[in-house]
Design a protein around this ligand. Structure first.
Ligand code: FBP
Length: 550
């Protein structure tokens, strides 16, 4: 029996679109020297070999014969739809510059480079994975590539395989590390170029040069399909409030995009909650009020979207979490304190945190209180993502509504259902947008390599226009950097992009949310379409459309 669906077979034959400039030989057009987004003097000092380089744009050029070269690639961090297309684009690009050129893939993330675990890509292998979701062709991992001994282990295998350039596909942290590696190899004159590629469903790796991180388009379309299906069920049965948590770690881009696509009754935006200094009780009141208002119209149903990082953006809880992280770390070793029992740990926490934080902690439901005191990640931080915010909020809202009912302020019925969408979308088969965007990012990386660039990220711009008009090039990674405090020290990092409250996507949402709260204005986006009218199949995210609208 075949292990492929008919859709997979047909999709394998899809030829991703390329920007016009990448359809033939290119020449690199260089802009002016660049500066980092912050702490210019410090970043320049830390990156003497890769600071200040110009932004590159590719235009049609003359064919140049290049000596044979090999390239390596790494998938880093969480999965995002389109990773296989970056690899197939890079493979095709590298082969188009010389049929004997080779592409190697390091296995299971950056660890594969350090542990010398790799494969060589072949036509057969690449053809198996064209336009498919997932990162399974070589796997991914979260090993942080940031230490000199790792860089040195890396150069051993890069030399052995005669690799001229390494492409790291990752989010802000992985690209920060790619930049550090590029600088290290340049300083050591090792002759290996290092390039990055912007990936993450979270959508928080973006700036003036990077329009969007790949995977955001497909993941949000997948979640929006599911949310739309729930909304239709909700509007049919008219008896449940659906509380839907959406992945995205810190930033609320995913929740906002899904709200723009599906017009739910409520969507919380963590960045706004922080800016308005709202308490958990304020958030609960906000939701309960909308539920009560809809109940007054006879609508005891609705949908609430909740961003994964919400809890950490509530200022009072943020302060509490910060103190919990501190008191549970042993200052002598920098490691997590060890306790004989959970009860002892809770007792220690409660007697060592400030009174105002203790009050906040004890105001939370007891299971959340326990989780905050006990569960830590390998870095000793509270595991905020484990908190089932969707259940926490619905429980607190239910309590509030019961109080209002007792006071005669609310007469409706409240019954909740809970959902968490994250892994459902990270490996979905890429939309046409992501298939084209990722293939172009990979193909474009081969041109950056051919032009001898290092410390650059592959970029494709103008992506709300037809693909032929997309602009290909590269941006120096140092341009996106500033210093941030991490584990008690200032570190150069790529600035994470949170939802901008004065940006067009949020403003559009804010202008419509009252209407969406009161009336049932659901939009049912349906599944991703691969063939059909271009306005259906090639539509970029609402976020991008609004950001690029004049
Ligand atoms: P990346 O930033 O590495 O792409 O990962 C993002 C993400 O999908 C977040 O949305 C989520 O919080 C996290 O990864 C989950 O991580 P894990 O895969 O380790 O469970």
């Amino acid at each position: 029996m075949s292990t492929k669906s008919n859709l997979q077979v047909a999709r394998a034959a899809y030829q991703p679109k390329l920007p016009k400039a990448l359809q033939g030989p290119v020449k690199a057009v260089e802009g002016a020297a660049t500066e980092s987004v912050g702490n210019q003097a410090e970043i320049k000092k830390l990156f003497p070999n890769t600071y200040g380089m110009p932004v590159i744009t590719f235009e049609a050029g003359e064919k140049v014969e290049l000596p044979k070269f090999n390239v390596g690639i790494i998938l880093s961090g969480g999965q995002a739809p389109g990773g296989h297309n970056v690899i197939s684009g890079l493979y095709d690009g590298v082969k188009s510059l010389g049929k004997d050129n080779k592409l190697y893939g390091f296995l299971m993330g950056p660890g594969g480079l350090v542990d010398h675990k790799y494969i060589e890509f072949t036509d057969e292998l690449i053809d198996e994975y064209r336009n498919t979701g997932g990162f399974d062709i070589i796997g991914s991992g979260r090993t942080k590539l940031e230490k000199v001994d790792q860089f040195e282990k890396g150069i051993e295998i890069l030399r052995k395989l005669d690799i001229k350039a390494l492409v790291i596909i990752g989010g802000d942290d992985s690209n920060t590390n790619a930049c550090v590696l590029a600088e290290y190899y340049a300083a050591k004159k090792y002759g290996v170029q290092v390039l990055g590629c912007p990936k993450t469903i979270d959508g928080d790796l973006k700036n003036e040069q990077i329009e969007t991180s790949f995977g955001f388009d497909t993941a949000t379309k997948t979640y929006s399909e599911l949310i739309g299906n729930i909304e239709r069920d909700c509007n049919s049965a008219r008896k449940y409030w659906h509380f839907i948590k959406l992945m995205g770690r810190s930033a609320s881009h995913i929740a906002l995009e899904c709200a723009l696509q599906t017009q739910p009754n409520i969507c919380l935006i963590s960045e706004e909650i922080e800016a308005k200094n709202m308490s958990l009780d304020d958030v609960v009141n906000y939701i309960a009020k909308i539920i009560a208002d809809r109940a007054a119209d006879g609508n005891n149903f609705g949908t609430v979207l909740i961003p994964e990082g919400l809890i950490e953006f509530i200022p009072a809880i943020k302060k509490l979490i910060k103190e919990l992280n501190e008191v549970l770390t042993d200052p002598a070793t920098g490691e997590s304190r060890v306790f004989a029992s959970a009860e002892e740990q809770i007792k220690f926490v409660k007697s060592n945190i400030a009174a105002e934080n203790l009050k906040i902690l004890e105001s939370l439901p007891s299971d959340v209180e326990r989780q905050l005191c006990l569960d830590r990640d390998p870095h000793g931080n509270v595991q905020v993502s484990l908190i089932e915010t969707e259940k926490l909020l619905s429980r607190m809202v239910g309590k509030k509504l019961a109080e209002w009912k007792a006071e005669g302020k609310y007469t409706g019925k409240f019954s909740a259902q809970h959902h968490f969408f994250g892994y459902e979308g990270r490996c979905a088969a890429p939309s046409n947008y992501d298939a084209d965007y990722c293939y172009s990012l990979g193909y474009n990386a081969s041109r950056l390599i051919a032009n001898g660039k290092t410390g650059y990220m592959s970029i494709i711009k103008n992506t709300t226009a037809p693909a032929a008009e997309w602009i290909a090039g590269g941006v120096p990674i140092t341009m996106m950097m500033n210093l941030e405090r991490r584990n008690g020290a200032d570190k150069p990092v790529i600035r994470k992009a949170l939802v901008e409250l004065d940006g067009k996507p949020f403003k559009f949402f804010a202008a419509h949310r009252e209407e969406w709260a009161k009336t049932t204005s659901y939009v049912y986006p349906g599944p991703i379409q691969y063939w059909g009218p271009t306005e259906v199949c090639d539509e970029p995210t609402k976020t991008l459309q609004l950001e690029q609208s004049k």
